[in-house]
Design a protein around this ligand. Sequence first.
Ligand SMILES: *[C@@H]1O[C@H](CO)[C@@H](O)[C@H](O)[C@H]1NC(C)=O
Ligand SMILES: *[C@@H]1O[C@H](CO)[C@@H](O)[C@H](O)[C@H]1NC(C)=O
Ligand SMILES: *[C@@H]1O[C@H](CO)[C@@H](O)[C@H](O)[C@H]1NC(C)=O
Ligand SMILES: *[C@@H]1O[C@H](CO)[C@@H](O)[C@H](O)[C@H]1NC(C)=O
Length: 302
Amino acid sequence: MRFSFANSFTALLALGSSVAEAGSFRNKREQAVTVTQTVTATSSEPTAWQWDAGATREVPIHPSCNATERAQLKRGFADAMKYAQHAKDHILRFGNSSDHYVKYFGSAPTAEAAGWYDKIVNGDKTGLWFRCDDIDGNCSQDGWAGHWRGSNATMETVICPLSFTTRKPIEALCAFGYDVANGKLNTQFGIDLIHRLFHVPTIGEGAAEHYADTYAECLQLAIDNPAEAVRNTHSLQYFALDVYAYDIALPGEGCAGVLKEEASSTGAAPAVPSATATEAPSQTSAAPTECHTHADGVVHCS
Ligand SMILES: *[C@@H]1O[C@H](CO)[C@@H](O)[C@H](O)[C@H]1NC(C)=O
Ligand SMILES: *[C@@H]1O[C@H](CO)[C@@H](O)[C@H](O)[C@H]1NC(C)=O
Ligand SMILES: *[C@@H]1O[C@H](CO)[C@@H](O)[C@H](O)[C@H]1NC(C)=O
Ligand SMILES: *[C@@H]1O[C@H](CO)[C@@H](O)[C@H](O)[C@H]1NC(C)=O
């Protein structure tokens, strides 16, 4: 109240002085006007309308992560962005003329898969937390490298210590005997984090979800239900790995691999369209079990 009275008082004084000035010499008035304009321009400096005010571009890392965990997570997210960006670039360049595209997404129109990758790279990350404090007490369970907090906090993901000791950087793609067909999706930190990002409702929107899990099931889904394949998190992960390997890591060669029979949980594996698949010894037993909780509360481990 006192504050606003003081303001009005000042305004009245200012008005009074300008009225007084109106009667002075033209010359002087022009000067006064000039001064007034300058003042006006400064005081009502247009507050630039920033349409994306409050946007969060980087994935927020919770204060519970210590310096080394934070550094590794940042590194992992940088990998995730590289995978997603390249997957999108590949789709935008080749569309469905890409064998890789057809392999994972069948006859589905290309915009949806490209859009999901774009959400990973450019989608707003406001409200997300990736935390390291095992707040739900689940990290002690054997093989748990992290989990989406589900009903406890849908925007939050816990990363357990196991992630930091087992995940590989993007430069190690196709190394250590890894191939896409037989390797686990969670050996690559960046690819694992893409999966975790899709669980967050503002990123995956409850649509980029689990429709098929194993490599064989994902290839079959591309044939049986392309519309689901383009929003199946595992298909999006496999595609990103495969095209990054083929286009960037080992150009023109990649490490698609050929699925070994016993790795398939559905019996006969569908033919892999890639003609350049190279057999490589698989050494994935050291990879941790990947567990995650679905929206319906079902815990999936693979
Ligand atoms: C961060 O926490 C992890 C897991 O508790 C631990 O292994 C690591 O040594 C910590 N880093 C630092 C710099 O204290
Ligand atoms: C590829 O996309 C074109 C449209 O750009 C469409 O006409 C064609 O049927 C698609 N082919 C496959 C195999 O999905
Ligand atoms: C929620 O957090 C509690 C610990 O506070 C944990 O026991 C429980 O498993 C969590 N619930 C879910 C669905 O994760
Ligand atoms: C934590 O573990 C318990 C027991 O396995 C499980 O019921 C719960 O859903 C888990 N929480 C999360 C967020 O995965």
